[in-house]
Design a protein around this ligand. Structure first.
Ligand code: AMP
Ligand code: FE
Ligand code: FE
Ligand code: ZN
Length: 286
């Protein structure tokens, strides 16, 4: 059995609905997944309900972008896992973030129009549907219209920081984001630590310890963008510093066509027992 604790649905920028995601993974030997949409938990309950019928256990998740000072393309994403998806404080905060994302996406469309690209607000409405609007939706439109060949070109030419369509996003600070997740009974995990773009393991270790001091519970050591050295270092580091381990593919469906559930780009090897470690940690806090 495989597990995957980082997956997106079309409630954010994934290409599959919660039900389609469950069908997709149940044919691939996955027994436990976490649905971790960007700033949005709407996909959790439908996935969980449908998962029960197909023998896939669904852990509630969310991926929050964090407002923090980092250089260049570095960014910090925080995963919340195993929280109560009905928690009202969490739901209210996420609703605000979703609204801000929508406004930002329309601003991006406007900037791209000013840059002469054939894109309209209506295209965005169609692409996003019920979801939480993100740059991958805009990339999808640009690909459909033949403006770019793929999502990577869409980002490097138009959507990344410093490009003509870039608009920053409303984000939470780290400490309040961790508090929000803890308040809903969940665990706060540093997503894909590679994205912090630290130059040395030492620098990465210092950053993680700083985050732990404001409540971080664990790190996503198993991730497609991590080489085996980084994964090994993170696993050892977590062991020494009483941090939980997590792992996931960051599956988005056709938006990242080279990534598959549970196995990432082929070699992702997530130990199934890390879910039990997380549960033990949660029980010990009650
Ligand atoms: P947003 O949350 O709207 O800023 O969009 C961020 C999402 O876009 C990430 O979660 C990735 O799924 C995707 N993304 C970010 N940078 C790139 C890139 N350079 N190439 C492809 N996808 C990217
Ligand atoms: Fe995404
Ligand atoms: Fe992320
Ligand atoms: Zn993600």
């Amino acid at each position: 059995m495989l597990i995957d604790l980082h997956m997106h649905t079309n409630y954010s920028d994934g290409s599959y609905s919660p039900e389609e995601l469950i069908d997709y993974v149940s044919g691939r030997d996955l027994g436990i997944i976490a649905v971790t949409d960007h700033d949005e938990t709407g996909g959790v309950i439908p996935a969980r309900e449908y998962g029960k019928k197909r023998g896939v256990e669904v852990i509630p998740g969310v991926e929050l972008s964090i407002d923090i000072e980092l250089t260049g393309a570095a960014h910090l994403h925080l995963l919340g896992l195993m929280f109560d998806p009905g928690n009202v404080t969490l739901k209210n905060e996420l609703a605000q973030l979703k609204k801000a994302r929508e406004e930002r996406a329309f601003m991006i469309v406007q900037k791209l129009r000013e840059a002469g690209l054939p894109i309209e607000a209506g295209d965005l409405v169609d692409a996003v549907g019920q979801g939480s609007a993100g740059r991958p939706h805009i990339a999808e439109i640009l690909i459909k219209k033949g403006v770019v060949g793929d999502i990577y070109e869409a980002f490097s030419t138009y959507l990344s920081k410093g490009r003509p369509g870039y608009v920053p996003k409303k984000k939470l600070k780290l400490a309040p984001a961790i508090e929000l997740i803890h308040g809903a009974g969940g665990l706060a995990i540093l997503a894909h630590p590679v994205s912090l773009k630290c130059k040395t393991y030492r620098e990465l270790g210092e950053k993680i310890i700083e985050m732990k001091s404001v409540g971080l519970d664990g790190i996503e050591a198993y991730y497609p963008g991590h080489d085996k050295y980084l994964t090994k270092w993170l696993v050892t580091f977590a062991g020494k510093n009483h941090l939980l381990l997590s792992g996931g593919s960051d599956f988005h469906g056709s938006a990242k066509p080279d990534v598959e559930p549970g196995i990432g780009r082929g070699s992702l090897d997530i130990p199934t027992d890390l879910v039990e470690r997380m549960r033990e940690e949660k029980r010990s806090r009650k």
